[in-house]
Design a protein around this ligand. Structure first.
Ligand code: CO
Length: 618
């Protein structure tokens, strides 16, 4: 029997999909698998898996959807002229090719480096800087770092100025850029346990739940906690995804979001040095987070009474890869939920807040991204990205400028950059048909209606079409957005809804650069589109070496389709602008970027009045 349409992908299912595609003649000698992932749960009840195949001979990408229930291909589409994301095996192969290249060895020897086995090779997406030599090729641009030994932190010792271009179909170094010879930094900057003496003043923190956690996981991935229920899945590209999120209110299950994910991110860099300026990664579409997911360790990644879910992804050749403990589910105490001290009666009421945490961690080269989804007792839904790992580095010589970089070690600097995430929220507040509003706070002019000059008010604007909904954060207007169901009301007659609280967040700064045309989604903080299964990735389905032609959200929304009182998807762009600190080195303390949905008239009143006082609260 096929799994639930919202189930986590298993290795058995991957094998079934691969076998079915082989039987149907879809897999040739030159075919590799680039995306095998559960299809978006929209408009069908059977178990559907999406598979993207790359045929190296014809350079075509074939996008297929397979029904495991019917054991058949549901849809298929051939894409030409676009470049698929790297295959996983290509990355390791390209590193070896660079290390064994005579061309590279010669350039390294000029720098006094004679042992290529100690050279760390990072395979970057080449960024599509418009180079003639890249046209018609699938290319990774490899940059290099020195490691004294296998565990050494290479980012402390960049071999700057040297870039090897590997053609991934030919699997050879076909071009080398050697734009300058910076000395390799000599200071070792490691962070592993034992590199500095341990402090001894921290006592143990144990999180204990003697009665067990308050959530249950049934049917594989259906998580129920208090009034909430949701499924957690792992998408090949996006990583951890929430599906079918709902709140049960006095026996009635009320949907809120059909699917919530981080659909893309862009990381543009501001350093002008040619060895750095190409860096503008699309770390989700180019890399595919699902295959970089960490296997989590109890007591390290997650503390407390943890339930883990496993995940699976498909290697290039169709081999299923199982990942133990890929998704972590647990509860966290979160301080005070609500409190009042009544000075008239002398009574105090206080309730503890807690949240359900559903999270995974992904490693993309030098960086580590945690995607944390939080559900709260008061109906709040929060997405938090935790950014850690190691900043990418450049060599710093005595004559170099630090206009676009921060010195983080004696001969090492970290260029300024951004991490802009595009969250995709397929909304269904109390049903599929929703309407989005912009809400600005406006100050009234002086006049007879404003006799004390104090008037300010919330002004909602109904967003009728896609162009009206293309928006940016405006702190001066305390701008928020609201998604309501115009057909459903609370006991006060107000439409039920949720409000999106953006964080302080900038849009893409290098707006004149080629990356702005490849990641146009990041030029705005908000987009609203009619939900479509064909519109899932805001920079396009195939972003590797994509042309700066505004594919994805900027093109879709040119149609200016109606978005009121229909099935809508809200796209929110948020993130960090990272002017690196010395304290970010040699490994970066976690930085946070988040956005929050709070109920706005979804309930009749505070839905958390029924939380009992804590058992330790006397
Ligand atoms: Co950063």
């Amino acid at each position: 029997m096929a799994a639930h349409p919202g189930a986590l992908l298993t290795t058995d299912e991957i094998t079934a999909v691969v076998d079915l595609l082989k039987q149907q003649g879809k897999v040739g000698d030159d075919t590799t698998f680039r995306r095998v992932s559960p299809a978006h749960p929209n408009g069908f009840d059977d178990r559907r898996i999406e598979a993207w195949l790359y045929h190296a001979g014809s350079k075509e990408i074939e996008e297929l959807v397979v029904s495991l229930t019917d054991e058949s291909i549901v849809t298929e589409r051939t894409v030409t002229g676009q470049i698929p994301q790297f295959a996983f095996g290509e990355v390791g192969a390209a590193q070896e090719v660079v290390r064994s290249s005579p061309l590279v060895a010669e350039a390294l020897a000029k720098r006094g480096i004679d042992d290529p086995s100690k050279v760390q090779v990072d395979t970057w997406p080449t960024g599509n800087m418009g180079h003639e030599h890249e046209k018609g090729r699938r290319v990774t641009r490899c940059i290099m770092f020195w490691r004294d030994d296998v565990a050494d932190n290479g980012y402390a010792k960049p071999i700057d100025g040297l870039m090897a271009f590997v053609d991934l179909d030919e699997m050879e170094v076909y071009h080398l850029d050697d734009i300058g010879n910076w000395p390799v930094a000599t200071e070792t900057n490691n962070y592993h346990h034992g590199t500095v003496p341990d402090r001894d003043d921290l006592k143990t923190i144990d999180i204990t739940q003697p009665d067990g956690p308050s959530f249950t996981v049934t049917d594989g991935n259906l998580i129920t906690w208090g009034n909430w229920d949701v499924r957690a899945v792992m998408d090949h590209t996006e990583g951890i995804v929430l599906q079918s999120l709902a709140w049960t209110d006095q026996g009635t299950r009320r949907p809120i979001m059909r699917r919530a994910s981080v659909a893309e991110m862009v990381v543009p860099y501001g350093e002008t040095r040619a060895s750095q300026a190409f860096k503008n990664a699309l770390d989700i579409g180019e890399v595919a987070l699902g295959r970089t997911v960490n296997s989590l360790t109890l007591g390290c990644d997650c503390l407390g009474d943890i339930t883990y879910l496993d995940s699976a992804w498909c290697f290039d050749d169709g081999t299923p890869i199982h990942v133990d403990q890929a998704i972590c589910i647990h509860e966290e105490d979160f301080g005070i939920l609500w409190k009042h001290t009544d000075s008239h009666s002398g009574t105090t009421d206080v309730r503890r807040s807690r949240r359900l945490v559903i999270s995974s961690i992904f490693t993309v080269g030098n960086y580590d991204y945690g995607i944390f989804w939080y559900l709260y007792l008061d109906g709040t839904i929060q997405l938090e990205i935790k950014l850690t790992g190691i900043v990418t580095t450049q060599a710093h010589g005595p004559d170099d400028s630090l206009t676009y970089a921060t010195l983080v070690g004696p001969e090492v600097a970290a260029p300024i950059h951004q991490h802009l995430f595009c969250a995709r929220f397929d909304m269904e507040v109390d049903g599929p048909d929703n309407t989005a509003y912009r809400v600005d706070i406006e100050v009234d002019d002086p006049g007879p209606d404003n006799p004390f000059d104090n008037a300010f008010r919330a002004v909602p604007t109904r967003l009728e079409t896609e162009q009206q909904a293309t928006d940016v954060v405006d702190a001066a207007k305390a701008r928020t957005w609201r998604v309501i169901n115009e057909a459903k009301t609370n006991r006060l007659g107000q439409p039920t809804g949720y409000k999106l609280l953006p964080a302080d967040t900038a849009t893409l700064f290098p707006f004149r650069a080629r990356i702005a045309g490849r990641a146009g989604f990041a030029m705005k903080n908000l987009w609203v589109t009619p939900t479509s299964n064909d519109e899932r990735f805001p920079a396009g389905d195939h972003v590797t070496q994509s042309e700066p032609n505004n594919q994805g959200l900027p093109t879709w929304t040119q149609a200016d389709r109606p978005i009121a009182d229909t099935d809508i998807t809200v796209w929110h762009v948020f993130g960090l602008t990272h002017s690196a600190r010395p304290e970010d080195f040699p490994v970066m303390p976690t930085e946070y970027a988040r956005c929050t949905w709070v109920p706005f008239g979804f309930f009749d009143k505070n839905p958390a009045l029924d939380i009992p006082p804590g058992s330790h609260c006397h």
